[in-house]
Design a protein around this ligand. Structure first.
Ligand SMILES: *Cc1c(COP(=O)(O)O)cnc(C)c1O
Length: 366
């Protein structure tokens, strides 16, 4: 049963939720990487395995957002992201499995092999992909699609914000923190001193922070920035925190009245490099190390940058005597068979450039 509902039974009746994930995701020790980094403990939370077809952190949020879409009988969802967005891909896959039409409104990003693979997987799940070079055009097109589909089917599409991040989506990670607490109580791992997690739209980290605080864990979150400030700033993050807590308390007043404290959320800003989805030397080196010593498959846009921060902090000695948990947010399921026979030429022509143009210099072809 969902950890959140076990802790707050009243929420189960009032919060819409559609189970998608295989939970709890495992927590595993990383002894070789721990020894190399001279830590007192190093573990990985395997959210890369949230689902057998397409996992990663986004599926936890979709349990709640798609849960709401189904509850209110929407037949279409609209979501947003950059061209290779893991969130848009996860939404395409899981919406399609629930017989919902998925519209993905996309913005350009640096090219990479995973961008091509994600686009092909979305397309294989019949997602309708549209790309825009200007946010304004994207907003207009979203409005147009909403009205058009509203008239045609009598039901406007359900809107899932970028990254699946909203007070509803963040519940997936409040739930994840309670799940972690259960694993700690069961002796799967000792209480970690630090959790390293990439910071994108912040739903993952804010949900985790709320969950950790609600169960009284003193674990410090280390959100590692992988998007520029205009996508995730402290003002917006504080608002998401307050709205999520307020939402939970409106459904179950026994949920603790947590207050935002900026000191709980110290963003590590030093590993973004040239910007979102621009791979960095430090990120690629951390990916190699995590693969060689921990068997982890990480990426250049998110998880590699978070691992780079973990490595740099241990090298600088600030993690001496600490127990660290690395939250693996990246899908690790191999979906190659699902895209083998998908022809890139059948994608909208505005996306062809990702298949024709070279990938960025540091790309490893995965
Ligand atoms: C989206 C994403 C993140 C960031 O999660 P947010 O909730 O948007 O902060 C981290 N890692 C991976 C692999 C992602 O796809």
């Amino acid at each position: 049963m969902t950890a959140l509902f076990r802790a707050y039974p009243d929420l189960e009746k009032k919060v819409h939720h559609h189970p998608l994930c295989d939970l709890p995701t495992p927590v595993e020790p990383l002894p070789d990487l721990q020894a190399e980094l001279e830590l007192d403990g190093l573990y990985v939370k395997r959210d890369d395995q949230t689902h057998a077809v397409y996992g990663g952190n986004k599926v936890r949020k979709l349990e709640f957002t798609l849960g709401e879409a189904l509850r209110f009988r929407h037949n279409t969802v609209i979501t947003f992201g950059f061209a290779g967005s893991n969130h848009a891909t996860a939404t395409a896959v899981h919406a399609s499995r629930l017989n919902l039409t998925c519209l993905s409104m996309l913005l350009p990003q640096p090219n990479a092999t995973y961008v091509r693979r994600n686009l092909l997987l979305s397309h294989a799940h019949n997602a309708q992909l549209q790309v825009f070079t200007k946010k304004f055009h994207l907003s207009l097109a979203t409005l147009k699609e909403s009205l058009k589909r509203g008239f045609k089917t009598g039901k406007t599409p359900y809107i899932i914000p970028p990254g699946g991040t909203s007070p509803i989506g963040a519940l997936g990670f409040v739930n994840a923190a309670l799940e972690l607490k259960d694993q700690i109580d069961a002796g799967v791992l000792p209480p970690p001193d630090r959790i390293y997690v990439p910071l994108g739209t912040a739903g993952t980290s804010v949900g985790l922070l709320i969950g950790l605080k609600s169960v009284g864990l003193e674990t410090r979150l280390v959100p590692v920035r992988v998007v520029p400030r205009d996508f995730a700033n402290l003002g917006g993050i504080a608002r998401l925190f307050r709205e999520t807590v307020a939402f939970l308390r409106s459904k179950d007043p026994s949920f603790p009245k947590l207050v935002w404290c900026a000191d709980d959320f110290r963003i590590e800003d030093g590993f973004l490099g040239d910007g979102y989805a621009h791979f960095t030397e430090a990120g690629m080196a951390a990916m190699d190390m995590a693969r060689a010593l921990g068997g982890l498959h990480l990426d250049g846009s998110y998880s590699g940058k978070a691992m780079a921060a973990l490595v740099a902090h241990s090298r600088a000695g600030v993690l001496k005597g600490r127990r660290v948990l690395f939250w693996n947010t990246l899908n690790s399921r191999d979906f190659s068979p699902l895209i083998e026979n998908v022809d890139a030429a059948s994608l909208p022509s505005s996306l062809h450039e990702y298949f024709l143009q070279p990938v960025q210099r540091l790309d490893r072809g995965d």
